[in-house]
Design a protein. Sequence first.
Length: 144
Amino acid sequence: MKIGICSDHAGFEYKCGLIDYLGSKGYEMADYGTDSTESMDYPDVAHPLAEAVEHGDVALGIALCGTGNGMAITLNKHQGIRAGLAWSTEIGELVKRHNNANILVMPARFISFDEAKKITDSWMNTEFEGGRHQRRIEKIPVKA
Ligand code: RB5
């Protein structure tokens, strides 16, 4: 499975660590930036990741910034994206089980790297429950 990942400067080190962590588990990783801890603007990497998920270039996405909110706000502007912010393994699980988040967003400045790995695992290893949750996510997109 191919997974896209992006971060701003605040999430850069966790992004590099997650690329290594998920790569060692056999996932193919596509890195949408940023490339250093130099200050940058999160929409510049969030939009390309969202488009990659919407177009099916990658199956799922992961995004990190300081609070996670800049990434989540930007990613969720895309109609085909359900970007869910998670800061615990329970939320990581629920954001897949209930919301079928196709991009996981994490707040790098408020969790440890070990927590980031565990949250990623909880999201990736959980199945969407469907049923009433399918009906709910179908009501999310804004109609033209
Ligand atoms: C960067 O200082 C910070 O604003 C950014 O990482 C993120 O938290 C924005 O939502």
